[in-house]
Design a protein around this ligand. Structure first.
Ligand code: CA2
Length: 149
């Protein structure tokens, strides 16, 4: 059976590339998905790539993914207030990599302090922030490495 890795994206990331390019870059989510698919093909795993604006849908997708080969998640705005998403991530039995395109810690110095404090991080195996959309690819490389180990 093919090993499946889930890449899950939270609210508003469907509009990636359309605003604040100085923070998030110009790539769209479709561009990110295409790059992730290349890695999945090369590494021989099946990729599920999804985006939702709804908390309950994200919870359902994490539950679906909990026994898969890995979860890469950019919870976006849900990072700061969603206990249901946190609880679902805690139930994952696979590596979980939290990805933020921007450096949320740096932004916490200049914007609001809450931005640097993702509620999700205690449930993550690791966190990548500030490396742009390359963070998704690096997270998948990590999962692929874990699958080979
Ligand atoms: O840097 C990230 O990836 C974030 O998770 C993105 C969230 C933000 O609230 C976090 O602090 C950091 C916001 C996602 C908004 O989606 C966008 C839509 C269009 C253009 C840019 C971002």
């Amino acid at each position: 059976m093919a090993r499946v890795v889930h890449v899950l994206n939270g609210p508003n990331l469907n509009l990636l590339g359309q605003r604040e390019p100085e923070v998030y870059g110009r790539d769209t989510l479709a561009d990110v998905e295409a790059r992730c698919r290349k890695i999945a093909e090369r590494e021989g795993f099946e990729l599920v790539f999804r985006q939702t604006n709804a908390e309950h849908e994200m919870v359902g997708w994490i539950q679906e993914a909990r026994q898969s080969a890995g979860v890469v998640i950019n919870p976006a705005g849900l990072s700061y207030n969603s206990v249901p998403v946190l609880d679902a991530l805690k139930m994952c039995e696979c590596p979980v990599v939290e990805v933020h395109i921007s450096n949320i810690h740096k932004r916490a110095e200049t914007e609001a302090r809450w931005r640097g404090e993702s509620l999700m991080s205690p449930a993550a195996t690791g966190v990548i922030a500030g490396l742009g959309v390359a963070g998704y690819e690096l997270a998948l490389e990590y999962v692929a490495r874990r699958l080979k180990a």
